[in-house]
Design a protein around this ligand. Structure first.
Ligand SMILES: [Zn+2]
Length: 238
């Protein structure tokens, strides 16, 4: 024999369990949203780092090109002085300077070519990074819509459960109701637990035989000494 009060408590147990599952689900959505945001930010940061590297390459190449111009100007100055010299020694000295300029310029030009190669390699990597950002942004857009739909579905379901719970509560005797609400507030929304293998389904404390008998008779609302939750024998269990 199970009293109406205990049946009502068991229904509250069901509603609370469903609410707990929904709340756990709702807690996951902010994490999922953050993950999507992190992916987009990582793709953006990758592109920003790439842009900085390209900028560095360009600056280094410009500097080399300026050096080439300076060496060329210097070489022309030496060459223009050559027809004006009076001695072979002076002529040879100028020739030596001119050769030095040519060697330096050739070396700088090789470095410029290497920079061009590096710039090309960098440029080839950019389209892939652009695509990564695009796909991260697209994923975020579609997933956010799905998450928001799931979220509002869960919120709606939770609101439904809350109103069912409120209706069950109004019909509960005041003393039981107060007890239920106090435990509900202090035990993560789980105030009613089943007896599982002669123990409390909330804290797993074994229950004394007399208590088990009383619960089996289902005539009184009993509370676990360990966790304070209301103990109920699941309906249909012998
Ligand atoms: Zn307990």
């Amino acid at each position: 024999m199970v009293t109406e009060e205990l049946q009502r408590l068991w229904r509250l147990h069901d509603l609370d369990e469903r609410a707990a599952v929904l709340r756990a689900g709702l807690a996951k959505y902010p994490v999922q949203k953050r993950d999507l945001e992190t992916k987009v930010n990582a793709a953006r940061e990758q592109l920003a780092a790439h842009a900085r590297a390209a900028e560095e390459q360009l600056k280094a190449r410009r500097k080399l090109e300026q050096e080439i111009e300076a060496v060329t100007t210097q070489q022309r100055q030496f060459e223009s002085r050559q027809p004006l010299v009076k001695t072979n020694d002076e002529f040879r000295a100028l020739s030596h300077e001119i050769d030095g300029c040519k060697a330096r310029r050739s070396e700088l030009e090789t470095q410029v070519l290497m920079r061009f190669d590096e710039e090309e390699r960098l440029a080839l990597r950019k389209p892939g990074m652009d695509r990564q950002l695009q796909s991260a942004e697209a994923e975020r857009a579609t997933r956010l819509l799905a998450i928001e739909a799931e979220e509002s579905g869960a919120r709606g379901e939770l609101a439904g459960i809350e109103s069912e719970r409120a209706a069950e509560l109004t019909d509960l005797p005041p003393i039981t109701r107060q007890r239920y609400e106090r435990i509900h507030a202090s035990r993560d929304g789980r105030a009613v637990v089943p007896i599982v293998k002669n123990a409390c389904g909330g804290c797993y404390r074994g229950q004394p035989p007399q208590m088990l008998q009383e619960i089996r008779r289902g005539e009184r609302v009993l509370v676990c000494d360990g966790c304070g939750r209301i103990l109920v024998r699941p309906p249909g269990e012998a």
